[in-house]
Write a protein that binds this ligand. Structure first.
Ligand code: NAP
Ligand code: G4F
Length: 384
């Protein structure tokens, strides 16, 4: 039997990297869309790279951009994919307030470009499409927990662009009988998460603070709540959605919600450090209460313990209103009943396991940074 062919837009991102690896292991030929960049932007997928001269390649990259219809149409026509995973997006909510027009173009109209290319190329019966929809659609939530039938109320240019993408996917499904589905994914994180999203910002800061490379980290709104899962689990849901006989829309979530403040405390406790918060709003701060020597020595290293213990009582978390958003999404918590019953999907990582995976990874990354500062040479591998 010939191998299935998948096209992943956003293959260089967190989800794209995990999904590409997962599909290759399943025997797919994976084509990925990558943007031209003045610096290498393929760190997350370098372990999957194959020389263009290799015969029988199962990973092929194409230069492209979600804002370029002709480019997308040509690539989809050349690749003739069985499945398209449309993951490319300007995915940072706060940044979307600074770049609203570009976000609408890439995230909203970009989705239309993919759907319309499939239609114009007469691939509607061949190509199945997964659209990376988001729990940000619920915004000012109308129901707790949020499920597939909960009305949307987007609260950022990003979410409004994704609202268009969601509905144009539904419309192409209904109008042209396309196998086009939305995964309404709640926040999912991993050691591959972009460094400016809140979980990764925290786990990197915890690692640097523990290694005495940084005094303190400044955060935004500590009280908002998110339903966080592991990206490794969530890309499996994307795959399952496209294997269903009928296209449909699914909430993918854990059903547990946690404040940013508690995620920070959990992350410090992974290295044996107890942090408490005092004050409120912009004056809120987190300080070190105690250190568990054994846990700290095991996770960070015995050598760093004496210096760290001198910092008990120090403030390690502050608030900078620069990170507040003009409109915030206060609480997200998803009801994943439909995904559990229809897809047979369920998360395997709880928040503690996710947090541990990220903190331990970032300690290794920061130890390399410390090593480099001391004259070492660079070896980067995100998948270690
Ligand atoms: P990510 O790490 O930010 O990756 C985004 C990807 O899109 C990157 O490969 C990026 O390329 C690419 N991209 C951005 N603008 C592009 C453009 N104009 N043309 C072509 N490619 C472009 O995001 P992620 O966390 O993997 O998320 C994947 C998708 O799921 C996104 O659509 C996101 O909005 C959505 N989503 C994410 C979550 C979550 O919690 N992670 C939840 C719900 C939905 P570069 O590498 O060159 O920047
Ligand atoms: O990690 P975040 O930036 O993720 P956000 O805004 O929830 O969006 C992510 O998840 C969505 C799914 O719900 C995706 F669609 C989207 O693409 C992206 O992946 O922020 C989470 C929360 C927010 O309430 C934010 O205000 O953390 C709060 N926060 C507090 N301090 C901070 C910070 N967020 C960031 N990025 N940086 C801070 O310093």
């Amino acid at each position: 039997m010939s191998k299935k062919v998948a096209l992943i837009t956003g293959v260089t991102g967190q989800d794209g990297a995990y999904l590409a690896e997962y599909l290759i292991k399943k025997g797919y030929i994976v084509h990925g869309l990558k943007r031209r960049s003045s610096l290498f932007n393929t760190d997350r997928i370098d372990h999957l790279y194959q020389d263009p001269h290799d015969e029988n390649r199962n990973m092929i990259l194409h230069y492209g951009d979600m804002t370029d219809s002709m480019n997308l149409t040509r690539i989809i026509g050349d690749v003739q994919p069985d499945e398209i995973y449309n993951l490319a997006a300007m995915s940072h909510v706060k940044v979307s307030f600074d770049t609203p027009e570009y976000t609408a173009n890439a995230d909203g109209i970009g989705t239309l470009r993919v759907l319309e290319a499939v239609r114009l190329l007469n691939l509607t019966q061949k190509t199945r499409i997964y659209q990376a929809s988001t729990s940000e659609l619920y915004g000012l939530v109308q129901e707790i927990p949020q499920k597939e039938t909960t009305p949307f109320y987007p609260r950022s240019p990003y979410a409004v662009a994704k609202l268009y993408a969601y509905w144009i996917t539904v419309n192409y499904r209904e109008a042209y009988g396309m196998h086009a589905s939305n995964g309404i994914l709640f926040n999912h994180e991993s050691p591959l998460r972009g460094e400016t999203f809140v979980t990764r910002k925290v786990t990197r800061a915890v690692a640097r603070i523990a290694l005495n490379l940084q005094e303190k980290v400044y955060m935004g709104n500590l009280s908002s709540k998110r339903d966080w899962g592991h990206a490794k689990d969530y890309i499996k849901a994307m795959y399952l959605i496209l294997q269903q006989d009928e296209p449909d829309d699914y909430v993918i979530s854990t059903g547990v919600t946690t404040t940013i403040r508690d995620f920070i405390k959990m992350s410090f406790s992974e290295v044996g450090v107890e942090v408490e918060f005092r004050g409120s709003d912009e004056k809120e701060e987190g300080y070190i209460v105690s250190v568990n020597d054994e846990v700290f020595a095991k996770t960070v290293g015995e050598a760093h313990l004496p210096a760290f213990k001198k910092r008990i009582g120090n403030v390690v978390v502050g608030v900078d209103p620069a990170y507040f958003r003009p409109t915030e999404v206060d609480i997200l918590i998803g009801d994943n009943t439909k995904a559990r019953t229809k897809l047979g999907w369920e998360p395997t990582y709880d928040l503690k396991a996710l947090c541990q995976d990220m903190v331990l990874h970032d300690i290794e990354v920061m130890k390399r940074e410390e090593f480099l500062k001391n004259g070492g040479y660079r070896i980067m591998n995100y998948f270690e």
